[in-house]
Design a protein around this ligand. Structure first.
Ligand SMILES: [Mn+2]
Length: 361
């Protein structure tokens, strides 16, 4: 993964001797460890990778992960005891003056281990890591495409599965099972299967509410594939949709379509968000779109960047964002339509291709 190491160093302003990406115990794993090693299998708790300006690297791991680590085509050192880890760090850091760390994913414990092993200046380069990871390369896009394909097919299959009388968790279980059956390695995040009034809660998960005729059903889920994640949301109506339900759905779909059409290199992320917000706020549902339009996605579901007034980013080829406008009416219900979109040289391409017209189940 020399190319990715080069990409990181090209973005660093400081003159660094090395950068360390250091995992603690799950869930405190720095996914950037996988960005630079490309490793698909293994847990790598307590492991670290040191990367150098000449694009070489060293991996430190345990005996348990040795075989998995070797697939990275980088030198691997395995240690058993804690002391051996400290010795390795001390040796590697010898003579170094400036060492970069990814502060947003580094536990205080791991930071102290680094401090004990060196007198070098520790420099936070977390902004650079986000920037590098935000521009996906071909191999990353291949994995994302597959993760999106898995989720899209399941979104379509769920149309024939959902019936009144089922519970929300029946839907969540089915989604998870079907993604696995298509080659996904797990859920990208906790599946949201909300029904009726629960659909007004954007980050609801799934409970034991029984699905009834007239409900909105919001399914928000994604698949993991070779460590990369997709994120799709589709909303359905059980039975015939009322006028109000149709109006909400059509407003969200219009916001989704017109915002997506704006995505191309050179456009500010904020501008895309504002387009969707304007459309929703010009209707009777003003103020009911309560979150940012989207987030960057890749090794993690929220990869660090976003389409929102709070993030300053100019779109460039290789960036992948979700576009997910929604309208939420407390006590009544909500609609969200979400796709994953890659910025191309002259526009964009929607990676999650499931039907997004209103479906009455
Ligand atoms: Mn999302």
């Amino acid at each position: 993964m020399k190319k990715r190491i080069k990409k990181i160093y090209d973005l660093v302003d400081d003159d660094l001797d090395s950068i360390i990406l250091y995992n603690s115990t799950k869930p405190h794993i720095d996914l950037s460890f996988y960005y630079v090693t490309g490793l698909v299998n293994g847990e790598f708790e307590g492991s670290a990778v040191l990367i150098y300006p000449d694009q070489t690297a060293d991996i430190l791991t345990s005996k348990l992960e040795e075989e998995s680590a070797k697939k990275a085509d980088m030198p691997v050192t395995t240690v058993g005891k804690r002391d051996e880890r400290k010795t390795w760090l001390k040796e590697k850091f010898q003579g170094m003056k400036r060492i970069g760390v990814n502060s947003t994913e580094l536990t205080y414990h791991a930071y102290m281990n680094i401090k004990e092993a060196t007198d070098a200046e520790i420099i936070d380069i977390s902004d650079v890591i986000i920037e590098a990871r935000n521009l996906k390369d071909e191999d990353e896009l291949k994995r994302l495409r597959k993760a999106c394909k898995i989720a899209s097919r399941v979104a379509e299959q769920m149309i024939d599965f959902i019936e009144p009388g089922m519970k929300e968790y029946d839907l969540a279980a089915e989604i998870s099972y079907r993604m696995r059956k298509q080659g996904g390695s797990g859920d990208a995040f906790d599946i949201i299967a909300s029904s009726g009034p629960n659909s007004a809660e954007p980050h609801y998960t799934a409970g034991d509410r029984v699905i009834e005729k007239g409900d909105f059903i919001v399914l928000d889920f994604g698949s993991l594939y070779k460590r990369y994640r997709s994120d799709i949301t589709r909303t359905y109506v059980v039975g015939e949709a009322t006028k109000k339900q149709k109006k909400i759905y059509e407003t969200v779909l219009k916001a989704h379509n017109e915002a997506s059409e704006m995505i191309k290199p050179g456009v500010k992320g904020e501008t895309v968000h504002n387009k969707a917000a304007e459309i929703i706020n010009s209707t009777e549902f003003k103020g009911r779109f309560t979150h940012g339009l989207g987030h960057s996605i890749g090794l993690s579901t929220h990869d660090g960047s976003g389409l929102s007034p709070s993030v300053d980013v100019t779109l460039a080829p290789g960036m992948v964002y979700t576009v997910e406008p929604g309208i939420y009416i407390p006590g009544y219900g909500g609609v969200r339509i979400e796709d994953d979109i890659v910025v191309t040289e002259d526009g964009c391409e929607i990676l999650t291709d499931a039907n997004r017209d209103l479906v009455e189940l």
